[in-house]
Write a protein that binds this ligand. Structure first.
Ligand SMILES: C[S@@+](CC[C@H](N)C(=O)[O-])C[C@H]1O[C@@H](n2cnc3c(N)ncnc32)[C@H](O)[C@@H]1O
Length: 475
């Protein structure tokens, strides 16, 4: 089946691709023919990876906000150049499913994995088409809900337990809570009546509405916002259904990238963007939505890669923990990927204690130890309007695309603590030498004293000692 992307775009009324000649040239290039791997690798050189002013918010990509997602053109390029129709693409840390949506629109089967249950749900909803008669049922349900809301919500006296902080308690006043409860009850009825895909769609609409309440504060019309959100999702999915008659397979797993529930040698392309070390606690960002959806975020919080709420006194211990987690994840990527196929990891630099952390270089070194050949690393600027800021790192305005090829089986297991310890130790020792020779590689504003920088060497030494303890997977 061939999907006419242009038709989808035109139908969506969001943008007319032809008006962007760069974008059109880019699409012409990746759609021109089926490229061999060698040709595809050459084409990578001809692409302007900044994708400046390209449209990134189209179709189901608009369903739900998600921090630090990558722009669709990154997975799209690799999917188009390195796979054929119905081959299987994996994103082991799929976030809100950008890779999956692009695979879906381009007739590739896909698997998405993420430990965050909200991410997994968003990814699933963005790649699930819904039948016309199901939408008819949903619309009737919403009309009933609205009538009930208009009549009754003032008389409903409800309390909500366990709202995480005062700011949120303020936003969620009694009226809003009552309205949200009615929406939630309607969704439960939908589930009980057997419309599971609609239930999930409704939960994502609710979550997106709650997100905008927390962001914008004013939520008195929460029911109208919710209904508006559902309608716009419905419109998009209906457009997609008209064009995608025989959808490719999509599987979404809520699981740990360090232990994938996926068969050996079954994947044709991996494309993913892992968390950065010390950049963002995903569980914090999603706390409110998850709470309202009744999702348990404790498990996610415990096993989240790159989270920074611990090792406060020695941030370099975060680094070895992160490297251990990423090494385990990359061993898993190697295990599930077919031989000679490509694995692409997109990551930016971080900063710890005034030192620059070039994660892509660590990944390239790790790749060589576990059966991958690093092929190339592509640098790209992130569009000014899309930069995101981290409290610890500041503005993140560039990232690296690491392209690797699987040459052999690893014969190493992701749960081999001794191996992970040994590789992380090698990497950390090398890092320590670099810092000794050139301290303060990431100083913004006032330069710290030499004394302060020298302390980093001691901290790195301590982190190296603690590696066997710090890389262990938490119980
Ligand atoms: C940079 S985001 C990915 C964004 C994604 N590319 C997108 O466009 O939405 C990194 C993701 O890694 C996930 N993650 C963190 N720890 C994980 C783990 N142990 N296993 C699987 N996913 C994990 C986070 O939940 C987050 O969604």
């Amino acid at each position: 089946m061939k999907i006419d992307r242009k038709m989808l775009f035109k139908n969506s009324n969001q943008l007319i691709l032809e008006s962007f000649s760069n974008e059109q040239n880019y699409l012409d290039l990746i759609n021109k023919k089926k490229y061999s791997s060698d040709e595809a690798l050459e084409i990578l050189e001809n692409i302007d990876w900044d994708f400046k002013s390209f449209s990134t918010q189209y179709l189901t990509h608009t369903f739900h906000p998600y921090p630090a997602r990558f722009i669709p053109q990154i997975p799209l390029t690799f999917i188009k150049l390195f796979t054929k129709e119905r081959e299987r693409v994996l994103d082991p840390m799929c976030g809100c499913g950008t890779t999956l949506v692009e695979a879906f629109l381009n007739d590739r089967n896909s698997i998405g994995n993420d430990l965050n249950p909200l991410a997994a749900l968003i990814a699933k909803v963005k790649t699930t088409l819904i039948k016309k008669d199901e939408f008819k049922y949903l619309n009737e349900k919403l009309i009933k809900m609205k009538k009930y809301l208009d009549l009754d919500y003032r008389n409903i006296d409800r309390t909500i337990n366990g709202l995480p902080n005062r700011k949120v308690s303020k936003i969620f006043n009694k009226t809003i809570i009552s309205k949200l409860e009615i929406i939630r009850e309607t969704l439960i009825e939908i589930k009980e009546e057997g419309y599971y895909d609609l239930f999930d769609l409704g939960r994502i609409a609710l979550s997106s509405t709650i997100w905008s309440l927390v962001e914008n504060g004013n939520g008195i019309n929460v029911d109208e916002l919710f209904i508006k959100k559902i309608k716009s999702m419905q419109q998009i999915l209906s457009q997609m259904s008209k064009v995608i008659k025989d959808p490719p397979d999509v599987k979404v797993i809520c699981g740990d990238a360090r232990n994938l529930s996926i068969e050996n040698n079954s994947i044709d392309l991996i494309i993913t963007s892992p968390p950065y070390v010390n950049a963002l606690d995903y569980y914090r960002v999603h706390m409110y939505n998850m709470l309202w959806l009744g999702m348990d975020f404790d498990l996610f919080r415990k096993h989240e890669i790159g989270g920074h709420s611990h090792f406060i006194n020695n941030r370099f211990r975060l680094l070895s923990e992160y490297l251990g987690d990423m090494l385990r994840s990359m061993i898993e990527m190697n295990r599930v990927l077919k031989r000679d196929k490509f694995c692409v990891i997109v990551v930016g630099n971080s900063s710890l204690e005034y030192e620059l952390i070039e994660s892509h270089k660590f990944f390239t070194e790790m790749a060589k130890k576990i059966g991958f050949i690093p092929i190339k690393t592509i640098f790209r600027n992130i569009d000014k309007t899309r930069k995101y800021t981290s409290a610890d790192i500041g503005k993140i305005d560039e990232e690296y695309i690491v392209v690797m090829q699987k040459k052999e089986e690893t014969h190493i297991f992701a749960n081999d603590d001794n191996f992970v310890s040994q590789i992380v130790k090698e990497l950390m020792l090398h890092f320590k030498e670099q810092i000794k020779n050139n301290p303060g590689t990431s100083t913004r504003g006032k330069k710290p004293s030499n004394e302060r920088l020298l302390k980093n060497i001691d901290k790195i030494s301590e982190a190296i000692e603690k590696i066997p303890e710090d890389i262990r997977i938490k119980e």
